[in-house]
Design a protein around this ligand. Structure first.
Ligand SMILES: [Zn+2]
Length: 304
């Protein structure tokens, strides 16, 4: 794995160092109670209370994991930091099995939970808006799944539709949608894309009304069947969205044999995150994922 992340860094191997690193990262201006926001807190002592703080105002106890995606996990923090760095630094997706081996975890299930929690950390604080006056946003749809590895034994996985919106030279947001009817596409696009943008799509008829009504006709279409990607001096194309789909499909089917409907949105989060941070160094991307881990608490109950 080509990376500027130093995997020999002690924060990935010592629980004490990992805890100190995350405390400094999360609370650069001093430890703050995650329940009431008070800075009137004190570090508790003793071996059994290592890493624990007591809030003198609300009297609650907490650690640096409280209110993060690392909360309520028996896996040591240094392994969480390592997993976050590995996942953020890898160009492709890392499978739970790979992570289990790399981290020496006892169970596949633990590795699987870690992967999904870290994906949750990669979720952007807000979605959109993409584009704006003079900017171009491409929309493209793709179908994922429907191909079992071994048809003789496995039921064919359900096909799932994904819509990706990509601002040219900008960010992307992908959505798992129920269908590609005009209503669904319109809702997704108008929620995320600034209406001053120029919309670029394929010739799927559902887009016509959207372009006319919501973008005042600032809408170009590309005919997939004809060889006209370079029409208008290269302006009319949806190559950005399409190359992104290529990457995503290879990653999803290369690393993960099947992606269930319930978990697809989190794989999309990981892919958008990697696309949107593609100009960053691996270490910067990993630091951003860690920041996301600190700001979120896991609310879903994973079912597997
Ligand atoms: Zn408090």
């Amino acid at each position: 794995m080509a990376t500027d992340v130093d995997l020999t860094n002690p924060i990935f191997h010592s629980e004490e160092q990992a805890t100190a690193h995350m405390e400094a990262d999360r609370w650069p201006d001093g430890v703050t109670c995650p329940f009431c926001g008070s800075v009137n807190v004190r570090r508790m002592g003793g071996k059994t209370q290592a890493g624990m703080f007591l809030c003198n105002d609300c009297r609650d106890k907490f650690t640096v994991r409280t209110g993060t995606v690392f909360e309520r996990s028996h896996i040591p923090l240094h392994k969480w930091l390592l997993a976050t760095h590995i996942m953020a630094a890898s160009k492709k997706s890392v499978s739970a099995l790979q992570l289990q081996r790399m981290l020496g975890l006892g169970s596949y299930r633990s590795a699987w939970f870690m992967c999904h929690r870290i994906r949750e950390a990669m979720k952007p604080a807000k979605i959109g808006p993409l584009g704006g006056a003079g900017r171009t946003v491409e929309s493209d749809e793709t179908v994922i799944g429907g191909k079992a590895k071994n048809r003789a034994y496995k039921k064919e996985p359900k096909k799932q539709t994904v819509v990706t919106l990509v601002e040219r030279d900008g960010k992307s947001h992908s959505f798992h949608v129920a269908n590609i009817k005009a209503k669904t596409l319109r809702e997704t696009i108008t929620r995320v894309v600034d209406r001053q943008s120029h919309l670029m799509t394929d010739e799927f008829p559902a887009y016509w009304g959207i372009g006319e009504k919501h973008f005042e006709g600032r809408h170009s279409t590309v005919n997939h069947s004809a060889n006209e990607y370079a029409r208008l001096g290269g302006f009319v194309h949806i190559n950005t969205a399409e190359s992104r789909f290529g990457l995503m499909k290879r990653a999803v089917f290369g690393a993960h044999h099947s992606v269930s409907e319930a978990h697809l949105p989190r794989y999309l989060i990981e892919w958008d995150f990697k696309w949107n941070t593609r100009k960053m160094k691996d270490g910067e991307r990993a630091a951003l994922a860690l920041k996301g881990a600190e700001g979120k608490r896991l609310t879903y109950r994973p079912a597997h």
